[in-house]
Ligand binder design. Sequence first.
Ligand code: SF4
Ligand code: SF4
Length: 58
Amino acid sequence: MVSVDVNQCTGCGGCIDLCPVIAISMINDIVTINNDICTECGICVKVCPVRAPNKTEH
Ligand code: SF4
Ligand code: SF4
């Protein structure tokens, strides 16, 4: 699954528009990934300037 390190995310919003399945939402300036929708494509992991999203094994 892909999860966002809330201590690293700056809330820049850069990843939200790039997610092809709209799995990322912003709540109180921190992004949350809906893992029921996320396809683990890895785009958000690549585009995040502070590397807040991380892909982990199940
Ligand atoms: S890994 Fe891909 S599908 Fe999952 S939240 Fe990131 S951009 Fe969206
Ligand atoms: S690109 Fe990174 S810092 Fe910006 S909102 Fe997404 S996870 Fe947070």
